[in-house]
Structures are given as C-alpha cells and as structure tokens.
Design a protein around this ligand. Structure first.
Ligand SMILES: Nc1ncnc2c1ncn2[C@@H]1O[C@H](COP(=O)(O)OP(=O)(O)OP(=O)(O)O)[C@@H](O)[C@H]1O
Length: 264
C-alpha cells in the first residue's frame, strides 16, 4: 500500500549548516507520530517540510506517492504552541475565516446561504472541541487551553488529512494537558486523521503516539558543530490500540525511560 507520506533521503541545509541528513521514512495513513529530540535537532524543520513551508535541499517528499508541491495545501493543518489564532477575531470568526479562505480564496468572505452554512459548520467544529459557549469570545479573553481548542478547531474545519502539532500542549497546566490529550485522541479517531506531533514531553509522546520518532545527531564534530545534521535515531512503533505487552517486548514506559536517558 502506498504510504500517505514518504521522505526519501531528505536533507535540509542552510549554507554550511546541515540541519537534517539522510532522513528516509514512511508515514501510514491514520497513524499518530510523536516526534521527540533535543532542542535544535530539527523537529520543527521536519514539520515545516511536511507542511510545505520548506523544501528539502536534497531528497524528495511524496504525498500519496506523488512528489509534494512546496506549498501548504488544504490537506494539511497545523497547530503551534501559541499564536495559531487571529487575536482580532472572535472564536466563531476565527473558524469561519478558515472556511471562507478555502471557499473564496480572493475575497475571504462568503455571503447568503454559503455564509450561513459556513457558520453552522464552524459552530459544529467549535462544539466538537468544547467551545460552544464561547463563540463570541476573543482569544485574549480565553485561557491557554481554550485558545488551543480554538486553534485545533480552526485547523480541523478545513478537513485536513494530516494534522501537524508543534508542541501544542507545551504551555498548558498539567490538568488541562490531560483534557487536551483526551480531546486530540478523540478527534484523531473520529476524523480519521494522520497526526505528526512534536513534543518535548516523552511521556506525552508515548501516551498519544502510535509511533515515536526521535531525531538526534548520530555524529558530532566538536570543531565544526554544524557539519553533521540530525537523523532519525529511534523509530518505535507502538501499536497501543492492539498490542498486548509480552514478556520479551519492553513496555512503552520502559522504552520511554530508555529514550529519556539517551536524550538527556
Ligand atoms: N532559516 C534558518 N537559517 C539557518 N538556520 C536555521 C533556520 N531555521 C532553522 N535553523 C536551524 O535549524 C536547527 C533546527 O531548528 P528546529 O527549530 O527545527 O529545531 P527543533 O528541534 O524544533 O528545536 P526546539 O526543540 O528548540 O524547538 C537549529 O539549529 C536552527 O537554528
């Protein structure tokens, strides 16, 4: 079966500086890939490649087996740790704006029946993320958790196949994070999404992911720190929906411990 996304020997270089080298991997539809690694290892660069915001300097990215265009299409949505939403628009207008941009790319505004339909769809999406009582609230009046719910609604309303999450819960309190974990797991299943999520929290990676990728440098040159780029150093499939822990296979907790020690 053709993977949804494939990277073939991908490199990202800025002049002399090599950020990613020899990254080759496939991502299956409906997987939840959690990406971990030390600061500066190229995790966000990896997301930008998938988003089409950045082109590899060498190698190729394929979407459905076809070379990917270097532009973000509606098949990909993204949520960052902060500032994913427009501060001058209410929750409802934030989500409607996404629909208007998709349906009326030049005017970014719909009228009549189309506008009413967009409003209904936006309300449905805001309800799915638990913001049905905050339609007219501006982001500045919302808690961090509410803002991230809004950012997720805004990304999902365009029905992307791939949802990219860059530290989406990093700034949230632990209790709110747990709520967001439940929310994203539900939306992932209900919408048949493929998720690629960067996180600094290894526990979160193992809890949510069906696969954990660790990026790190395999080689370093103390005299030329940018000479070598990061690559995938661990690629751990975690079939958490179906796997039954066996005596031989290490548990997710044991793997997380191992990775934590290795990345520290
Ligand atoms: N436009 C650019 N020009 C030069 N270097 C860049 C550019 N963009 C990113 N980099 C470098 O690429 C490396 C990887 O950055 P990236 O943000 O992908 O890392 P990261 O793993 O996401 O880090 P963090 O965990 O701290 O967010 C860094 O050394 C960064 O300075």
């Amino acid at each position: 079966m053709t993977p949804l996304l494939e990277l073939r020997n991908v490199w990202v270089e800025y002049g002399e500086k090599i950020v990613l080298e020899r990254v080759s991997l496939s991502i299956a539809e409906r997987s939840f890939v959690a990406v971990v690694g030390p600061s500066g290892a190229g995790k966000s660069t990896f997301l930008r490649l998938i988003l089409g915001q950045e082109a590899p300097t060498r190698g190729q990215l394929l979407l459905d087996g076809v070379p990917m265009r270097a532009a973000c299409g509606p098949d990909r949505g993204v949520v960052f740790q902060r500032y994913s939403v427009f501060p001058h628009l209410t929750a409802l207008r934030n989500v409607m704006f996404g629909i208007e941009c998709a349906q009326a790319p030049f005017a970014a505004r719909l009228f009549g029946a189309q506008r009413r339909a967009a409003r209904d769809t936006a309300i449905e999406m805001l309800t799915a993320v638990g913001l049905e009582h905050s339609l007219d609230v501006y982001p500045a009046q919302m808690s961090g958790g509410m803002q991230q719910r809004l950012a997720i609604a805004q990304a999902l309303v365009k029905h992307p196949r791939i949802l990219l999450l860059d530290e989406p819960f990093g700034a949230l309190d632990p209790g709110i994070r747990l709520d967001m974990h439940a929310l994203i797991t539900r939306l992932w299943a209900e919408h048949g999404l493929t998720i690629v999520m960067v996180t600094h929290d290894i526990g979160e990676a193992f809890k949510l992911g069906t696969r954990v990728l660790a990026f790190d440098k395999r080689r370093t040159d103390p005299h030329a720190p940018h000479r070598f780029g990061a690559a995938v150093t661990y690629d751990l499939p975690l079939d958490r929906k179906t796997a039954t822990p066996s005596a031989e296979a290490p548990s997710a907790e044991a793997l997380a411990d191992l990775l934590q020690k290795d990345l520290a």
